[in-house]
Design a protein around this ligand. Sequence first.
Ligand code: GLU
Length: 219
Amino acid sequence: MSNKIRVRIAPSPTGPLHIGTARTALFNWLFAKKNRGEFILRIEDTDLERSAPKFEEEIKDSLNWLGLECDEFYKQSKRLDIYKKHLQKLLDEGKAFYCYHTVEELKKEGEEQMKKKEAPRHVCEHKYKKLNKEDGIIRLKVNENSTRTIHFNDLIRGIVEWQEKLIGDLSLAKNLNTPLYNFAVVIDDYETKISHVIRGEDHISNTPKQILIQEALGI
Ligand code: GLU
């Protein structure tokens, strides 16, 4: 494995450059420069309904205006074949499955869990059934009875721990051609050889999910 420092900023083009993203970009850029590494811009535009090319241009212009020029550029909507290949592999290996619950059913389940003060998670019975249709969303099978704690080392917070059983069968994609955030991030960080992830703290709860996806992919 190479020791090259490679970091990324991964804005979603759903609005102009957010001040928090500019701040995170600055930390990434400084870290890359200090370590003679590379700073990568990745546009996360898989949510086609909310993304717009106009915002992508605004984000690029704003980063350039701030002097945070990138060394490499990627755009998720141009990488759909890559995500599809990995999704298909997880389905073929039985690590992922199609879930046919409706949005209403999932919402009701979430509300009942909140009432009982339980962690909201979807443990899907469809993972045990082989249904012959492919119009549901694709989820990762996660062991709801696991006694394991997932750990990761956050360089600011220290060791962060998460109980695997609280995660539920997490969603990977709306369909083979429409990956969701957590899945596309894992593939991209891996394929573009990102060495350090520097991002907003709101993503701490996504990190254990991304670790489970990495494990399922064997990366
Ligand atoms: N698209 C995500 C965001 O804008 C990026 C998160 C990440 O850096 O992994 O919050």
